[in-house]
Design a binder for this molecule. Sequence first.
Ligand SMILES: Cc1cc2nc3c(=O)[nH]c(=O)nc-3n(C[C@H](O)[C@H](O)[C@H](O)COP(=O)(O)OP(=O)(O)OC[C@H]3O[C@@H](n4cnc5c(N)ncnc54)[C@H](O)[C@@H]3O)c2cc1C
Length: 533
Amino acid sequence: MQPASPTAEPPVRHIAVVGGGTAGWMTALLLTTSRFGERLKVTVLESPTVGVIGVGEGSTPWLRGFFDSLGIAESQWMPACHATYKAGITFDGWSTRPGFERYFHPFASTLDNLTMPQFLHNVHARLAFADVHAHPDRFFLSKRLAVEGKAPKPPHHFPFDVGYGYHFDSALLGSFLHEQAVQRGVMHVARHMNAATLDERGDIRALQLEGGDTLAADFFIDCTGFASLLIGKALKTPYVSFADNLFNDAAIALPSPPGDAPVMAQTVSTALRHGWAWKIPLTSRHGNGYVYSSAHVSADQAETELRAHLGLLDADVPARHLRMRVGRHAKHWNRNCVAVGLSQGFIEPLEATALLFVQRTAASFVDALDKGDLGESAQAAFNAGLNARLDGVRDYIVTHYKTSTRTDTDYWRANAANTALSEPLQRLLHTWIASRPIAPGIAGGDIGTGYAVLSWYCLLAGVGLFPAAAQLRPPTAAEARFSLPDIDRLIERSALNFPDHRDFLRSIPPDVARLDLWSRPEHGGRRETLGAL
Ligand SMILES: Cc1cc2nc3c(=O)[nH]c(=O)nc-3n(C[C@H](O)[C@H](O)[C@H](O)COP(=O)(O)OP(=O)(O)OC[C@H]3O[C@@H](n4cnc5c(N)ncnc54)[C@H](O)[C@@H]3O)c2cc1C
């Protein structure tokens, strides 16, 4: 962020954000951080009759940076949103390969630098038919923290940072962000938009509101959810569907009581017959849901399957049914409009990446504003960057389905038979199967652009994409050179430093959330960084 300037004039004076869901309020808040301060007027227009989507309760580690950039401490927002920590995601039942039925996708920790080389070494030895242990769960601290019910919050003396995201109640988060934005000078208008009018060049001129009024602005942010009222309906920006390789287009959400068991700092994603179910721990309840393909199962059958999975067949808890539009607009920034959130596009929620894109899109736009450059080349770079990132994340999600070995339903057989893979994903999978390292291609941006090396190795090794057990041979001394008990001891000793998750949430220390904690002189001014990961 550039420093606030007392005199510089913003390239646009008034921005109207249409939509008051999580995307609308996050964007409005990020706009308040622009260097133009109060000289940039921001209005959020929200329909009193169209509700928010009301799901989306898990994040990636990026959300930490969002709150930090606004100076909002965890002790302030987490209790208000019934939030918990998330050290990663357990994928259960995606593979039927013996020993690989479940695995954990960790959010990286700097301690992983000490165990990642051993993991990669063993993976490549196993790909070369050596019988060595190559399941990711033994190698990473975050997995241990999650299953032991610990918070991924190291004490001051612990020299390694741990990546983590959050779980939260989406409605409470929306209210919290709304309140914060209004306190920071954002105007809120609770009116329904009937249409957008365009000027002679085709830019949006103003919004026609229910009751006859008009809201004019210089620039418009489309946060109207799947309706895409500005970027889609008004500006007719082409849409690129992902339906040919991501089959899920519907979801059911169903809460359940929190119970007395330890609060696990993880989302659990369990493969079901026609999709997958999420389980998200909050301090007040569990959020559960089923993401499925409506071409393969009816809504009623899917609800019965989810209730049976949760042990809630006879429970009197109402379920919410939702439809999803999976794909993206060809441009996120078109003319004088940027789309943020479900309006710009949506990859299904398997890795909980939607708010990451909200944050990235809004922050990139604030960056363009601060540079004072809203011209065509800035737009082109903005769109190309977001599209590459979105398509890369899509490829990572597609890989979960493509590498699954389930064949028990038409749904899973259709996923296995899917050949609509992007060219970079095909190259990545071929490289892996040929036992060549995928890390250089990922680092060079040729393959696997959406995710880090650690994530790709955890996914492909976690589902057991290795030669069959019967084909393995005893390892050579060089292949078997790493001691798993040593790794176990390192991770076990490290985990002892971390607090109980539930206890920590009861009273989050006011300053512990601040990243700048680690710039203190007693920590040498910085924490260990992620290095080669
Ligand atoms: C099943 C499912 C699970 C998900 N899980 C995750 C997850 O774990 N993690 C994650 O990051 N994301 C997740 N998401 C995505 C997440 O829910 C959304 O990205 C997030 O809630 C932001 O939504 P939004 O603000 O774009 O849209 P919405 O919440 O739909 O808000 C749209 C807004 O537009 C307004 N509006 C609409 N029409 C008009 C009009 N005519 N005039 C004025 N205002 C109007 C509405 O009033 C509303 O305020 C999930 C999504 C689904 C479907």
